[in-house]
Design a protein around this ligand. Structure first.
Ligand SMILES: NC(=O)c1ccc[n+]([C@@H]2O[C@H](COP(=O)([O-])OP(=O)(O)OC[C@H]3O[C@@H](n4cnc5c(N)ncnc54)[C@H](O)[C@@H]3O)[C@@H](O)[C@H]2O)c1
Length: 438
């Protein structure tokens, strides 16, 4: 469109419609990540010289995913795969199918994977992928075609020694099976180690499906002990009752805690005496949502933040605990099952209110830890027992938590900043040892 003077509205070549990805403002989840990195730079000592590495994803791929729908028309979807950092090993991180997926989100999630993998000291860098789609609108055939085309498109950068995807929101074992098959067909050889979170009959690992929730529970119990909170009498509220929230809720209930409120995309339910978690899990398995569960009252979604509880577990999506609701939260402990559920402004409010936040980058690292076990088992084609896997998971999570806790005490910083200090030092030390190529 021409202006009256003949100039176009974008005549100034420096007046970009899209901001640089290095600007922390208005960049959504990636901007939040940049702010988190800035908080940690003063603690990095001589490694601060390399800190800029953390602010730049190594590689970001945008792909077009066209498929034929069941009605004969062609639909195109936006697909992404971002490898944030590979200094410590191949990229590793989930694939999300959700209608709100953006480049900013995938970049942030890939960076949090770098931090998380370094925090629990598994030999991976960080990566993440996603498709901007509401998979609930697709038939099984459409979902399979979309998954396979996406896998083919990102096939140029993934692989068992390059970048290993896994499940995330709205992706599961079946999707991982299709991804493994598609990659293997293109390679001409079965490559089980290209994805983790596969079905157990296809090179998956026992314990993987429950691993993230089990990790949330394991470090949650450790943190609770430090603040004198008794799990057996604790009241728990969970947002998101899928893979992570559902398993974490089950384990807390088994330990005697009362799960008093659960919220998911379908609504919010509450029961002061505690919900019957096994029955609720069966209801979600049958109906896809907690909505309609008998034996609970329905409360307004916004009232979830006012629920009287000791432990709050956000286990849905990012950006849920904000400056608008952080002042209302009653819990003494927030365990971040989801990635990026708390904004930096909310983090500060929770800290001022003396509410302990167990950050995502340690709290939900159980999934990638057992993904690492799956990858190792696939390479050796030798599979471990579930007891062995759970015992190793618990040991790694407890050791990582203890390390982060002492760094937080020594530096008088939040557990999030402490986890970033531990992880960023490991990443940047690896970068320093490797040096710059060429
Ligand atoms: N699956 C893993 O191994 C894993 C590992 C680490 C972190 N995470 C993170 O945990 C979170 C949940 O992942 P998941 O694998 O359990 O996904 P999932 O698809 O199994 O479950 C997602 C849950 O969130 C709920 N939800 C969606 N939108 C919501 C909304 N607007 N309000 C309230 N609830 C909403 C859904 O109803 C569902 O209960 C994500 O942030 C993910 O990145 C997952």
């Amino acid at each position: 469109m021409s202006q009256p003077n003949g100039a176009t509205p974008y005549a100034n070549p420096y007046n970009h419609a899209l901001p640089s990805y290095l600007q922390a403002d208005n960049l959504g989840p990636w901007g939040i990540y940049l702010q988190q990195v800035d908080r940690v730079i003063p603690y990095l000592g001589h490694l601060a010289r390399w800190a800029e590495t953390l602010k730049r994803p190594k590689r970001a791929l945008v792909v077009d995913v066209p498929i034929q729908l069941d009605n004969g028309t062609v639909a195109h979807f936006e697909g992404y795969r971002v490898q944030h950092n590979t200094s410590r090993g191949p990229g590793k991180g989930g694939v999300r199918f959700h209608q709100d997926v953006t480049m900013s989100e995938v970049m942030a999630l890939s960076a949090w994977m770098s931090i998380k993998n370094a925090a629990v000291n598994v030999p991976y860098g960080g990566a993440k992928g996603g498709i901007r789609v509401d998979p609930k609108t697709l038939s099984m055939g459409e979902l399979e075609r979309m998954t396979r085309r996406y896998t083919s498109e990102i096939g140029i950068i993934i692989g068992p020694t390059k970048d290993i995807p896994a499940p995330d929101v709205n992706t599961n074992e079946q999707i991982m099976a299709w991804m493994m098959d598609t990659y293997s067909m293109n390679e001409g050889a079965t490559a089980t180690g290209v994805v983790t979170g596969k079905p157990v009959d296809l090179g998956g690992s026992l314990g993987r499906r429950e691993a993230t929730g089990r990790g949330v529970y394991t470090v949650g119990v450790e943190a609770a002990q430090h603040i004198g909170l008794d799990i057996a009498t604790a009241r728990v509220a969970v947002q998101g009752f899928g893979n992570v929230g559902g398993i974490a809720g089950k384990l807390f209930a088994q330990a005697g805690a009362k799960v008093v409120a659960v919220q998911d995309h379908g609504g919010t339910i509450y029961r002061e005496a505690g919900l019957d978690v096994p029955n609720l899990l069966a209801h979600v398995a049958a109906n896809g949502t907690v909505a309609g569960f008998a034996g609970a009252e329905v409360i307004a979604n916004d009232a979830f933040w006012d629920v009287d509880c000791d432990i709050l577990i956000p286990a849905a999506l990012e950006g849920q605990i904000t400056a608008a609701n952080a002042g209302r939260i009653k819990a003494r402990l927030v365990i971040e099952g989801a990635n990026g559920p708390t904004t930096p402004a909310a983090d500060d409010i929770l800290q001022e209110r003396n509410i302990l936040v167990l950050p995502d980058v340690i709290a939900n690292a159980g999934g990638v830890t057992v993904s690492y076990f799956e990858w190792v088992q696939d390479f050796s084609s030798f599979f471990w027992s579930e007891d062995e896997i759970n015992a190793r998971l618990v040991r790694i999570m407890k050791e990582a938590f203890a390390g982060v806790w002492s760094v937080a005490q020594d530096n008088k910083v939040s557990l999030r900043t402490a986890t970033f200090i531990v992880a960023c030092k490991r990443i940047l030390h690896a970068r320093e040892l490797r040096g710059l190529y060429p």
